[in-house]
Design a protein around this ligand. Structure first.
Ligand SMILES: Nc1nc2c(c(=O)[nH]1)N=C([C@H](O)[C@@H](O)CO)CN2
Length: 121
């Protein structure tokens, strides 16, 4: 199946469990993969038939920065649910990295996969 992806989307936001984290912005990096058949868009060469990665990026940044969040798991789940409800995709993979969190590590993070509900006709 086809994938529209966004790699290393930078989002500076209030994120973290501890009190000191609630007064500063920290950087998150997101990798997003959205499954959707792209043949019709390619055949018609029409942006309206695909998943516009610019629109998706802006919407995800808007969601994450709307209010402080404690866990990166919460970020991943909210982003996955947004993608499934607002865009025509059957499966999403969301990776959220918080590169500054553990100095001894290159980065840390969480990766989730979520599916759109089956539609019974
Ligand atoms: N699995 C998680 N572990 C931790 C998180 C998190 O969001 N998910 N967050 C923190 C703190 O906010 C940390 O980033 C401060 O450096 C600790 N562990």
């Amino acid at each position: 199946m086809d994938i529209v992806f966004i790699k290393q989307l930078q989002v500076d936001t209030v994120i973290g469990v501890y009190d000191w984290e609630k007064t500063i912005k920290q950087r998150l990096l997101l990798d997003l993969r959205l499954t959707a058949d792209q043949r019709a868009a390619a055949q018609a060469d029409d942006i309206r038939l695909t998943l516009d990665y610019a629109v998706i990026s802006a919407r995800v940044i808007e969601l994450i920065t709307a209010e402080p969040i404690e866990l990166i798991e919460t970020v991943a789940e909210r982003v996955a649910q947004l993608l499934l409800t607002e865009f025509s995709t059957s499966q999403v993979e969301v990776t959220v990295s918080k590169p500054g969190a553990v100095p001894q590590a290159q980065t840390v993070g969480v990766q989730i996969t979520r599916f759109a509900p089956e539609v019974n006709h």
